[in-house]
Each structure stands twice: as C-alpha cells, then as structure tokens.
Ligand binder design. Structure first.
Ligand code: GSH
Length: 211
C-alpha cells in the first residue's frame, strides 16, 4: 500500500519525513496542501491534523502526525528494509533517542528563531527582531559547540552509524546554510562541517530537495 504524505514537499517537517521514506525505500505519494491558501486550516485537513500543521501521513488505517513520531514509526516498522536508522542494539537505540531529543529540545528552538526572523518575517512584511536574532545565534552556537565536541569522537551523532538523529537535523540545517546566510556557523566548526558535508550529500536527502 502506498503511503500518503499530506503536505507540500518543500515544508521542513515534511522533508524530515520524506528523507526517512527514501532511506527506508517506502513508496509514497504526496497529497498537496497549499499553505499559502490556508488549506491546512480547512475542516477536512483538521480532521487529520487537529493542530493544523503539516505533515500527516495515512498508511492503511493509521493516520499519524508529528514528523519525529512518523520517522520513529517507519524506522521501527521497517527496521530491516533500506537503511537501518536505529543502530543494532538497545543501547544504540537509546543514544539515537537521546540525540533526537537534543535535536528537538536544544537545536530546534534557536535555529527556528533564526529561520523565522531572517527568512519568513520579511516575507510576511514583519520587521526582524535583531535582539532575537542575536540571542538565537548565541544559543545555537552553544549547542553547535557541544556537537563539535561530540562529532570529534564519533562520525555521527549517535555513534559511527547514520541514524534518525542525524536525519532529523537535515531540514533546518539546510535553511541555515542555504537560505539565511549563516553557513559559517557550520563551516567554522571542523567536525560539524564534515558531518554536514556527509549527511547533506546522501542520495535520500538530494532526492528530497529535487522534489
Ligand atoms: N512539530 C510539528 C511541526 C509541524 C510544522 O510546524 N509544520 C509547518 C511547516 S514545516 C506548518 O505546517 N506550518 C504552517 C502553520 O504553522 O500555519 C512536526 O514536526 O510535524
């Protein structure tokens, strides 16, 4: 059965899911949701995702939202298909979960602030809050310093294997490097830069960007 992914393929949270589906070699179709027209706030969409954000997947009888929950689901359900994104032991899995939490709790808030302020506020005609940008950059810098230390000891965040923890960083780090002119935050950190070069050149991510 083909998985339905509701959401535009350019949205960052949708991209997180699509990167996982490509790695797991799962067939999917995209059901377009036009965010500019507000289709994600339509009653039919809210029946699938009551918070009115993308993505949502439909897989047989299962409807699931929250991109990180979706990638965990597919990595587990198809553990032995495509790329294994969870590691080989319970301990590996625990460390993958630790870094997935770090992505969501420590990395995402400051990088989200930067992307929102620098990329989206001007598009919405809103003034950039320079204080928020400065704080966002400081906070993200502190997080990336910890990544630098970690990645000096292991090739990927959870160890010497690519995992969901690395994958989950792709969409927003892509914005940082490509869209908001803050690529130096990655480039200036030798091990973070090597990690980014590696994960952003994976074929599955390139396929996501090509959609
Ligand atoms: N925690 C959610 C976040 C989803 C999210 O914020 N999606 C954005 C697109 S990347 C969205 O739908 N934005 C439209 C809006 O907030 O109105 C997830 O990871 O799935």
């Amino acid at each position: 059965m083909v998985v339905k992914v509701h959401g535009p393929a350019y949205a960052s949270a949708t991209r997180r899911v699509l990167a996982c589906l490509f790695d797991k070699e799962i067939e999917f179709e995209i059901v377009p949701v036009d965010l500019l027209k507000g289709e994600h706030k339509n009653p039919d969409f809210l029946k699938l995702q009551p918070f009115g954000v993308v993505p949502v997947i439909q897989d047989g009888d299962l409807t699931l939202y929250e991109s990180r929950a979706i990638i965990r689901y597919y990595a587990e359900k198809y553990k032995s298909q495509g790329v294994d994104l969870l590691g080989t032991s319970v301990e590996d899995r625990a460390v993958v979960e630790q870094w997935l939490e770090v992505e969501g709790q420590n990395f995402h808030p400051p990088i989200y602030t930067l992307v929102l302020q620098i990329l989206y506020y001007p598009k919405l005609g809103l003034p950039i809050d320079e204080k928020a940008v400065k704080e966002g950059e400081e906070n993200l810098g502190k997080v990336l310093d910890i990544y630098e230390e970690r990645l000096s000891k292991s090739k990927y965040l959870a160890g010497d294997f690519y995992s969901l923890a690395d994958l989950s960083h792709l969409p927003f780090t892509h914005y940082l490097v490509t869209d908001i002119g803050k690529g130096y935050m990655i480039k200036d950190r030798k091990h973070v830069n090597a990690w980014w070069e590696d994960i952003s050149n994976r074929p599955s991510w390139k396929k996501v960007l090509d959609l």
